[in-house]
Design a protein around this ligand. Structure first.
Ligand SMILES: Nc1ncnc2c1ncn2[C@@H]1O[C@H](COP(=O)(O)OP(=O)(O)O)[C@@H](O)[C@H]1O
Ligand SMILES: Nc1ccn([C@H]2C[C@H](O)[C@@H](COP(=O)(O)OP(=O)(O)O)O2)c(=O)n1
Length: 324
C-alpha cells in the first residue's frame, strides 16, 4: 500500500508541474498518470475478483487474470521510475526555457518612436500647432526655424556677412539644440537673416543631421519647419502642411509683436513675409513645398483649437495603424 501511494505521489507531482507549471494541457505525464490510475484500478479489480470468485472460475481465466494483475503490478512499479527520469529532464528543459525568457526580457527592445512633420510658410501657425501636439501626446518638439535663426544670430552678433558659406557652416556646427532661446531668436530681423543663411547647402546639411537625430527620440517627436516632410523626415507617418493667406499671417505676426510690446507696421510685415516666402520656396536646396503625402491644412478661417483637432484625427489614425 505504501509503495502504491508513493508511486501515485511521484507520478502526480510531475503531472501537476506539467499541467500548471509548463502549461501543457495533455502531455506525456498526463498519459503516464492516467495509465497509472488505470493499472491501479485494474490491480484492485483483479484482486477483488480473484478473492471472491477464484474457486468458481475456470483455471485458464484465473491464470490469465493473475498474469495480467502481475503485469500491472510490475509496470506500476516501473511507471514512477520512468516518470521520475522524464520529470528531471522536463524540469531541466523548463529551467532552460525560463532562463532564455529572462534573457530575452532583459534585452533592450528597440525603442519605438513616432514623428509628426509640420511644414508651412512664416506665421501660418506651425509652431503653435506643433507645441500643442507635443503637449497632448507627450512628444518632444523642435522648432527647426530656431536652428536657422541661431546660425543667423551668431553671424549677426559678430558682424559677419550672411552669405559666407564657410563661416555659416561653422556657426551651424556649433548650434546646441538644448540652448535655443526663443525669446532672443524670435526677433523679426533674425527671421529675415535666417531665411538668407538657410539657402546654403552646407548649413542645411549640418542642421538637418541634428534635426534628424532629434526626430528619432522616443516616444515621438514633432518637428516644424520648411523641409521636414520632404527632407528631414520623409518617412514620418504624419505630415502636415499648414497654410493661411498672406494677409492672415501678416495680421497674426503683427498682433504677436504688438502683444509683446513691440512696434510694428502691418504693411511692412506683409511685404517681409511675402519676400521671405518667395526666398524659402524659390531656393534650390530643399525649397518650401508640401510633401506628396502631406495633409494640407489652411488655417485662414480656422482657430488654433480647430486646427489641433484636425491634426489630432490624422495622428490618432496613424498611431492606431502603427500599433497593429
Ligand atoms: N489658427 C490660428 N488662428 C489664429 N492665430 C493663430 C493660429 N495659429 C497660430 N496663430 C497665431 O499666429 C502667430 C504665429 O504663429 P506661429 O505658430 O508662431 O507660426 P509659425 O510657427 O508658422 O511661424 C502666433 O501669435 C499664434 O498665436
Ligand atoms: N526647416 C526649416 C526651418 C526654417 N528655415 C528657414 C526659412 C525661414 O524663413 C527661417 C526662419 O524660420 P522660422 O520657422 O523660425 O520662421 P517663422 O517662425 O515661420 O517666421 O528659417 C528653413 O529653411 N528650413
Amino acid at each position: 500500500m505504501f509503495f502504491l501511494l508513493t508511486s501515485f505521489v511521484v507520478v502526480a507531482i510531475p503531472y501537476v508541474i506539467e499541467r500548471f507549471g509548463l502549461r501543457v494541457r495533455f502531455g506525456l505525464f498526463a498519459l503516464l498518470f492516467w495509465l497509472f490510475v488505470f493499472q491501479f484500478v485494474l490491480i484492485f479489480s483483479i484482486d477483488a475478483l480473484l478473492q471472491n470468485f477464484a474457486t468458481s472460475m475456470p483455471d485458464l481465466l484465473e491464470s490469465m487474470l493473475t498474469t495480467l494483475g502481475g503485469f500491472a503490478f510490475v509496470t506500476i512499479g516501473i511507471t514512477p521510475i520512468i516518470t521520475l527520469v522524464l520529470a528531471a529532464a522536463y524540469l531541466l528543459f523548463a529551467l532552460g526555457q525560463w532562463l532564455f525568457d529572462r534573457d530575452e526580457k532583459d534585452m533592450p527592445t528597440p525603442q519605438r518612436h513616432f514623428t509628426v512633420a509640420i511644414d508651412g510658410p512664416a506665421a501660418s501657425g506651425k509652431g503653435t500647432l506643433a507645441r500643442r501636439i507635443a503637449e497632448a501626446y507627450g512628444f518632444h518638439h523642435l522648432d527647426t526655424g530656431l536652428t536657422y535663426r541661431a546660425v543667423a544670430k551668431v553671424l549677426m552678433d559678430q558682424n559677419m556677412p550672411l552669405d559666407d558659406e564657410f563661416l555659416a557652416e561653422k556657426a551651424a556646427r556649433s548650434v546646441d539644440l538644448t540652448k535655443l532661446d526663443r525669446a532672443v531668436l524670435s526677433a523679426h530681423a533674425v527671421g529675415e537673416a535666417a531665411s538668407k543663411v538657410a539657402v546654403m547647402p552646407a548649413v542645411r546639411r549640418a542642421l538637418v543631421a541634428m534635426q534628424h537625430s532629434f526626430a528619432e527620440r522616443p516616444p515621438g517627436a514633432v518637428l516644424d519647419g520648411r523641409d521636414i516632410g520632404t527632407v528631414v523626415c520623409p518617412d514620418a507617418p504624419v505630415k502636415l502642411y499648414i497654410t493661411a493667406s498672406p494677409e492672415a499671417r501678416a495680421r497674426r505676426r503683427y498682433d504677436e509683436i504688438r502683444s509683446n510690446g513691440g512696434g510694428a507696421n502691418y504693411e511692412e510685415i506683409l511685404e517681409d513675409l511675402t519676400r521671405r516666402d518667395a526666398r524659402d520656396m524659390g531656393r534650390t536646396d530643399s525649397p518650401l513645398k508640401p510633401a506628396a503625402d502631406a495633409h494640407l491644412l489652411d488655417t485662414t478661417e480656422m482657430d488654433i483649437e480647430t486646427a489641433f483637432l484636425s491634426a489630432k484625427t490624422l495622428i490618432d489614425q496613424a498611431l492606431a495603424k502603427n500599433t497593429h
